[in-house]
Ligand binder design. Structure first.
Ligand code: ATP
Length: 327
């Protein structure tokens, strides 16, 4: 059976890097692609940022490849993550030979809870000039992310697992998160450290080599993984997966990059590495490794897009990745 992949390029450079990633996918496996719309341009044209049809297609596809959405990001990506039943956001951040990284020794994977925390969207204006936000943390979601994180570390050979939290201030919500992660760690006999998320930001910058898998609440995972992007050479390199029990959505960590959109110079690496994660999810492990190796070869030898100091276009880099698949 040929698997179906829903392709949602979205806005800005999503329109450039997602087709590049699909081109790479198409040169390694035979998949069926269904394209759907979402984002600012879709809202302008139809009045809806995420048409019901796109949501439905995401629930039915075997996997979704998403690009980026601009102002409407929250209206698009949060429901799309829900459509695939995603509970974990996996964000690997690795430095690669050939890329001028601030910290070349970085090899981190953020395992971010992505259904609750301060991103649950429960905000209100209770009086003029007074707003509130409700932070949701449940034992069930904390348990699920902890089990996923410890298992991921074990299966992928990461010796270090760190739990990021701020339970000294958010005593009830992060208290529950931390207590639950500890219980799961103990049940699994896992070795792990605990770190206050603000101090962790500094330690990641100074000594990234001491860290591997970082299990985080929602907001902390978002912020710390962007910090890690800075350590390894920029947002153009970071892929991500939104993993559910049996469906998943893959997207570059970067957004629409309006400053370079339409110029044909966006770095397609993050989107192509997201496609490699998609291949892995569909069971094409060997092909995923092939794509990663090819991306590594191109990062090492060029061509490079301007964000990495080169003058190549998105098309040049994509062609080079496809060309090196046979190496
Ligand atoms: P958004 O509001 O959609 O998140 P943004 O500009 O705030 O957009 P990003 O899209 O994540 O945030 O981009 C931040 C900066 O990183 C951009 O200005 C862009 O120059 C750079 N950048 C991000 N992704 C890429 C990429 N794939 N290739 C090259 N540069 C990139």
């Amino acid at each position: 059976m040929t698997e179906t992949v829903l392709v949602v390029p979205g806005d800005g450079i999503g329109q450039e890097v997602v087709p590049a990633a699909v081109e790479v996918l198409a040169s390694v496996v035979d998949l069926e692609y269904v394209e759907a719309e979402a984002g600012d341009a879709t809202e302008a044209a139809t009045g809806e940022a995420l048409p019901a049809e796109t949501y439905r297609l995401a629930t039915e596809a075997d996997a979704t490849l998403f690009g980026a959405a601009g102002e409407t990001a929250a209206d698009v990506i949060l429901p799309l993550r829900e459509a695939v039943g995603s509970f974990a956001n996996l964000r690997p951040a690795r430095a690669y030979p050939g890329v001028d990284a601030l910290r070349p020794e970085t090899d981190l994977v953020f395992v971010r809870e992505n259904t609750e925390g301060v991103y649950a969207g429960i905000e209100s204006e209770i009086a003029a000039g007074v707003t509130t936000l409700t932070r949701v943390v449940t034992e069930d979601a904390s348990r699920r992310i902890a089990e996923y994180g410890f298992t991921y570390a074990e299966e992928n050979g990461y010796a270090s697992v760190t739990v990021a939290h701020k339970a000294n201030v958010m005593r009830t919500t992060d208290g529950l998160f931390l207590e639950t992660v500890r219980a799961v760690g103990d049940e699994l006999g896992a070795d792990y450290d605990e770190a206050l998320m603000d101090a962790l930001a500094m330690h990641l910058l100074l000594r990234p080599e001491e860290y591997g898998v970082v299990i985080c609440p929602n907001l902390a995972g978002d912020v710390l993984s962007d910090l890690a992007a800075g350590l390894v050479g920029g947002l153009g390199l970071l892929p991500s997966a939104n993993v559910g029990a049996d469906n998943a959505l893959f997207e570059p960590v970067h957004g629409t990059a309006p400053d370079i959109a339409g110029e044909g110079v966006a770095n397609p690496t993050a989107a192509i590495l997201s496609a490699a994660m998609l291949l892995e999810h569909l069971g094409y492990g060997e092909e995923a490794t092939g794509v990663r190796r090819s991306v590594e070869a191109v990062l090492a030898d060029g061509p490079h897009t301007p964000d990495l100091g080169g003058d190549a276009t998105t098309t040049d880099v994509t062609a080079a990745v496809i060309d090196r698949l046979g190496d």
